[in-house]
Design a protein around this ligand. Sequence first.
Ligand SMILES: C[S@@+](CC[C@H](N)C(=O)[O-])C[C@H]1O[C@@H](n2cnc3c(N)ncnc32)[C@H](O)[C@@H]1O
Ligand code: SF4
Length: 449
Amino acid sequence: MIDLDNTDITGIHTPDPLRYAFKRKGGAHSGGGAVPIPASDTQMRLNQALSFSTPSAGARCLYVHVPFCRVRCTYCNFFQYASSKKMIDEYFEALVIELERKAAQPWTQAAPFHAVYIGGGTPTDLSAEQLEQLGKLIHQYFPLTPDCELTLEGRINRFGADKFESALEGGFNRFSFGIQSFDTKVRRAAKRLDDGDAAMRRIQDLVAYNSAPIVIDLLFGLPHQTLDVWQRDLDGYRESGAHGVDLYQLIDMQGLPMQQMVEVGKLPAPADTPTKATMYEMGVNYMAQHHQRRLSCNHWAKDNRERSIYNSLAKTTAEVLPLGAGAGGNVGGLQMMQMRDMAQYIDSVKAGQYPVAMLMQGTGNKALTNGIRAAFDRGVLAREALNRNAGWDCYSAAMPLFEKWQTNGLVKVSQDYLSLTLAGEFWNVKLAQNLINTVSELDKQRQAA
Ligand SMILES: C[S@@+](CC[C@H](N)C(=O)[O-])C[C@H]1O[C@@H](n2cnc3c(N)ncnc32)[C@H](O)[C@@H]1O
Ligand code: SF4
């Protein structure tokens, strides 16, 4: 039985579900279950997993984390360390050791990787030489598919021609820049380092190389970002010529510098959820009006150059081999988080250990939870794929919930597909999590019966 009176699961019946279906959006990701492995066993278990030369059932990705930024942006929870040349050099040295060691494992060599993502933090704070070396080492040591996507994430600040050309020389073939807003007032309040015109010019310059897809992130809901400013940010995306864009709503978590600044009156409050819903609607309509190709609920491409392979794979059953302090991944059914503390990370790597802070055995049906998450991210869930992953007809079992969501304006349901409405797209993470929980409950009831 599904609790169809629980509005946190079904949403509220309202004439305006986009803005008011739920009280609050959930976190950025909906998760599945996992059981921690005792610290005394982590090295042995990870070593075991990497000793098998079993090709992955699905695709494989490599994720490399670079936890430095020159300045912490007020809204960001990813900040770990302030960039300093000395620290970055020490880190890079340890990263190369970890890279060589993990690349040599039988598991790594057993099948090619489809996508590589260098994320952060701000990987573009690495020097030109380090960027080139990192790209070349990955090509040299890892088996890669011929069309492997290698993304370098970062920002335009101090990312000059030398760094871009070195990164291209190293084999990076996709670049993702956090722009957030082209508006100088919004940027300054968020402690972004360059003004809006400089950000625009730099993206235009990088696009003009015509060497690799350049994609940008825009945030909506930042302090000072009125609806007019947001409209100009959307125009800015097209004016920049970027090959693709992610539109992310601001998640205002506890403890961010922004929150403290709002509390003491130094910043106006960020947008509330109904306003962010309006901004999302503006974004979706804008992209449709300008014939941008939709890749997911939050991501659009101008043309076929942008493929966004890593983002779509990492959300499904792809295995992700993590490298670097604070990186997360999953290999052979094990989920892992690497040490975040820089000194601990470097010591661990130099002592010949895997720098893993937390290792967990995935429980439950990962293909099912990841499949649901990926489907909601794309905006459509197929009966056939859901039932195949579940191993039973859970589409039919969940139908009362789907019908309730349809009554509440969140989805359109047919015999074979559940497609999200605009409101459903805005609430997609919440809906995915609710379905994951519901399916798990229904499965328990089915097995008990
Ligand atoms: C962790 S950053 C790394 C990229 C780069 N350092 C930059 O300055 O954007 C990647 C993306 O996370 C997103 N992000 C950061 N803080 C966020 C928040 N509070 N809510 C939503 N998205 C956020 C931003 O859009 C950003 O582009
Ligand atoms: S948005 Fe990027 S540059 Fe700013 S603090 Fe977060 S990770 Fe660092």
